[in-house]
Design a protein around this ligand. Structure first.
Ligand code: MGD
Ligand code: MGD
Ligand code: SF4
Ligand code: MO
Length: 757
């Protein structure tokens, strides 16, 4: 064990820039050199949001990263980056990085440094002891959409096939579960169909519950480049930065979406504005949808959606007249009590009007975290590798044979979802929890409860870059992890683009990549032989390619990391037979001189969208319409708690729980420094609250102090709080969509009062 760790630590001090160091000419200056040689700039992909911007990391004489700049030739960001991208290296240098494993000293009740061999031995002995006493399923993990696919895949395989565990989930549940389930049911596979170029090709765009000006700033730049003078409709209860820049803002009632989209669909049918030919050839279930929608006239939908019938009609007319209509959604849709059906009401609109598979169209979920898409396909958490099913024997056999593991190690049941794991801690079914690259004690819904549950856990292991996160501080064991920039692997972005992240810095102290930590645990658990082929990220990439072969997400045509870096990422599908055309399109893009900003807009850029042939991934090749009657939200404002609480992203400089972005002076200057609550001018006047004043915000579950921000961006009766400050999730209501089990973070009832000590 000691030798293995020493070897790992030694390997870390080897050359930092591996095969991914490319000549600048390969970034698009026209001449592609025959040989790749080190020159001091490395290509990588940003590790914050799922836009997946290409970054160039510039290296000093010692091979360590000095700074980054956006990649001018990368087909995603075309030379642009948001503040987080520019500051990508800063969180790595933070003073509170975890540099040694830490273990809780029970006598002093604090975390003290220990060695890797002791930490790993502690992990294995404590987890195995729980399994011996309470059964194999008494341990669980919660992970992330923010580590490379190779690491997620290793974790999912190690836990389920190696350690005999079953229950595991990730923060992707908080984020993308709804899009995953909605696509799977409607298209037969979790497949966002679009390419970013569609932002530039639409003439009518709907942004529903999405604030890309803040949350996906570079995608918003792509919208701004659209030359077709598009109608941009933003459907959001708040007048967000995106809404202000749009051509039309519809201030929908909180959680009124299903009514609105059913009303629009009803109107389109009433007008005969549907694409009968597309419906007949490529969909199923339309007759039932038509019957169902008969009850949802604009008049019926107006009150519950908060949108006047005349506006509903106008929105239908916009869709009817649009040449290329696209529907984009994010958390205002995914996080709700009936979110899967809301996502599908948008998918239905795209299908019934034939707005799919053509440039500028689609029912398009924008992904959140840098690698949430990787986790949806390869985390081995909700679905078996490559979007397969744990309960299908043929799928298990296939995976067993590709990975050369006995079929019996693959569970035949699905895991509990995040909320069920939390409930399992409460009931005593789960006794050991391993948390990797997520911070649930801040981000989980109604987390006041999470903290109480901590006491019930016999062991909590947190694997993070920092030992200071709200979750890590309460751990029994902290495993110090290398972060983005300190390791290699691949991400998959919102438009299905697989790209490389490069190692450009050495992790501090004894921190190890998550990959290396999983490797140590596999060996110490006695499962080294089962994972003999999982020797390096690139070796695992080879396994993932095989797992993808023949699946909709097939990328078996990708040769290597170097291939990905050279082409600026490659979108799936990329089968063997596609690879040549993709390479040719790339060279064509580089050959033709033009300003870098035009790079991705040219014809034949190698970008691809799905469903151009109208064939979906269902057994009969047809997309399905899904719908159900709208349900009232589980909690509504009342006399005691008269406001709707909405939560979400507050600024482009803040990332989630702040554990990374708070480490940058630059980013801190660009964002508010303390928790605030946006409240309407009318409400503030009535409560005699002034901007800047301290107020107390309380729900049935908790109470926090915040600074009042009196503003006209929120409507009377609604308040908004950013999720970046701890405390917000003591207020939120633990309600979940029944299909995706995604939490409804954006609708709870609260009271706001002048603050009194
Ligand atoms: N700067 C920054 N960027 C980020 C992140 C970050 O933390 N910081 N996080 C990333 C991640 S993981 C994600 S998931 C994305 C999230 O990206 P977004 O989903 O765009 O961000 P949110 O602010 O969570 O929510 C979007 C909007 O939904 C609206 N909304 C609330 N309730 C409703 C409703 O009932 N109906 C409708 N139609 N709208 C509603 C909110 O008012 C909000 O403006 O951002 C990613 N990008
Ligand atoms: N009220 C409210 N709550 C929300 C939301 C909302 O809109 N409103 N949005 C939800 C959404 S969409 C999301 S995605 C979640 C996000 O919630 P979290 O995942 O809890 O938030 P992060 O701050 O991104 O936490 C990531 C952690 O991983 C660590 N980390 C980063 N890189 C690495 C790595 O390479 N290895 C390891 N081991 N650790 C690493 C960071 O230090 C950090 O502690 O929050 C959800 N919570
Ligand atoms: S938009 Fe997203 S991917 Fe691009 S630089 Fe900003 S955080 Fe990174
Ligand atoms: Mo997210």
């Amino acid at each position: 064990m000691t030798i293995v760790v020493e070897n790992l630590l030694r390997a870390r001090s080897g050359p930092m820039t591996s095969e991914l160091v490319l000549h600048p000419a390969q970034f698009g200056l026209g001449r592609v050199p025959a040989r790749v040689r080190p020159l001091g700039t490395v290509r990588s992909t940003c590790g914050f949001c799922a836009t997946g911007c290409g970054l160039k990391v510039h290296l000093g004489a010692d091979g360590a990263a000095i700074n980054v700049s956006p990649d001018t030739d990368y087909p995603v960001n075309l030379g642009m980056a948001c503040p987080k991208g520019w500051e990508a290296l800063t969180p790595l240098r933070a003073r509170d990085r975890a540099t040694m494993p830490l273990v809780r000293d029970p006598s002093a009740d604090r975390l003290v440094p220990t060695s890797w061999p002791t930490a790993i031995a502690t992990f294995v002995s404590r987890m195995k002891a729980i399994q011996a006493r309470h059964g194999n399923e008494a341990i669980a993990f919660l992970s992330t959409g923010q580590i490379p696919t190779e690491e997620m895949a290793f974790l999912g395989a190690l836990f389920k096939f190696g350690m005999g565990g079953l229950h595991c989930d990730s923060n992707t549940r908080q984020c993308m579960a709804t899009a995953h389930v909605a696509y799977k049911q409607s298209f037969g596979f979790d497949a966002p169909p679009y390419t970013y170029r569609d932002f530039e090709e639409s003439d009518v765009m709907f942004f529903v519950g999405a604030n890309p000006a803040i949350a996906h700033p570079i995608l918003w730049q792509r919208v701004m480049r659209n030359p077709h003078r598009p109608e941009i409709v933003v459907i959001d209860p708040r007048r967000t930065e995106t809404a202000m820049a749009a051509t039309r803002h519809v201030a929908i009632a909180p959680k009124g979406d299903l009514w609105l989209f059913y009303g629009i669909a009803h109107e389109l049918i009433a007008h005969g504005a549907v694409d009968e030919r597309f419906i007949a050839s490529h969909t199923s279930g339309y007759a039932e949808l038509e019957t169902f929608l008969a009850d949802y006239s604009p008049e019926v939908c107006a009150e519950p959606s908060g949108v006047p019938a005349s506006t509903i009609r106008e929105l239908a007319t916009l869709i009817e007249r649009g040449r290329a209509v696209s529907f984009w959604w994010t958390m205002g849709v995914n996080q709700g009590h009936e979110s899967t059906r809301v996502a599908q009401s948008l998918i239905n609109l795209a299908l019934m009007t034939g707005n799919i598979g053509r440039p500028g169209t689609g029912a398009n979920s924008i992904t959140g975290q840098c690698n949430a898409m990787g986790s949806r396909l390869f985390a081995n958490v909700t679905s078996l590798f490559g979007g397969r099913a744990f309960d299908k024997q043929a799928d298990r056999e296939e995976v067993a044979s590709i990975l050369e593991v006995p079929e019996q190690v693959i569970p035949s049941r699905a895991s509990w979802a995040y909320d069920q794991i939390i409930d399992g801690i409460e009931s005593g079914a789960i006794r050991g929890l391993w948390v990797i690259a997520t911070n649930p004690a801040h981000s989980w819904i109604n987390h006041g409860r999470f903290r109480a549950l901590r006491e019930k856990l016999e062991v909590l292991v947190v694997q993070d870059m920092y030992a200071t996160s709200e979750t890590a501080r309460t751990a029994d064991l902290v495993l110090p992890a290398a972060g983005w920039g300190e390791k290699t692997g691949t991400f998959i972005n919102s438009e299905r683009r697989i790209s490389v992240i490069s190692k450009v810095a050495r992790a501090p102290g004894e921190a190890l990549s998550d990959f290396a930590i999983f490797r140590l645990i596999a060996d110490a658990w006695g499962r080294g032989e089962l994972f003999r082929r999982w020797s390096s990220p690139e070796a695992v990439f080879g396994l993932l390619k095989e797992l993808s072969r023949g699946r909709p997400c097939d990328f078996s045509g990708v040769e290597s990391y170097e291939h990905l870096a050279r082409l600026g990422g490659i979108q799936w599908p990329c089968r063997g037979e596609d690879a040549e055309a993709i390479d040719a399109a790339h060279h064509e893009r580089l050959r033709r001189p033009s300003s870098p900003l035009e790079g991705a807009s040219r014809e034949n850029s190698g970008e691809r969208r799905l469903f151009a042939d109208g064939r979906f991934f269902t057994s009969d090749g047809r997309a399905r319409f899904h719908f159900s009657p709208p349900q009232p939200p589980p909690e509504r404002p009342d006399e005691a708690f008269p406001f709707w609480l909405n939560t979400g992203r507050g600024s482009s400089a803040q990332w989630h729980t702040g554990s990374r972005t708070n480490k940058s002076d630059v980013l801190r200057k660009l964002a508010p420094t303390q928790l605030y609550v946006e409240i309407a001018v009318e409400d503030a006047g009535r409560l005699a609250i002034e901007s800047g004043e301290r107020v107390a915000v309380s729900s049935r579950r908790g109470r926090v102090e915040a600074e009042a921000l009196v503003t006209s961006t929120v409507r009377p009766g609604q308040v908004f709080m950013p999720m970046h400050f701890d405390g917000v999730n003591t207020l939120t209501l633990p309600a979940f969509d029944p299909h995706s089990r995604q939490p409804s973070y954006k609708a709870a009832a609260v009271r706001v009062q002048k603050f009194e000590r």
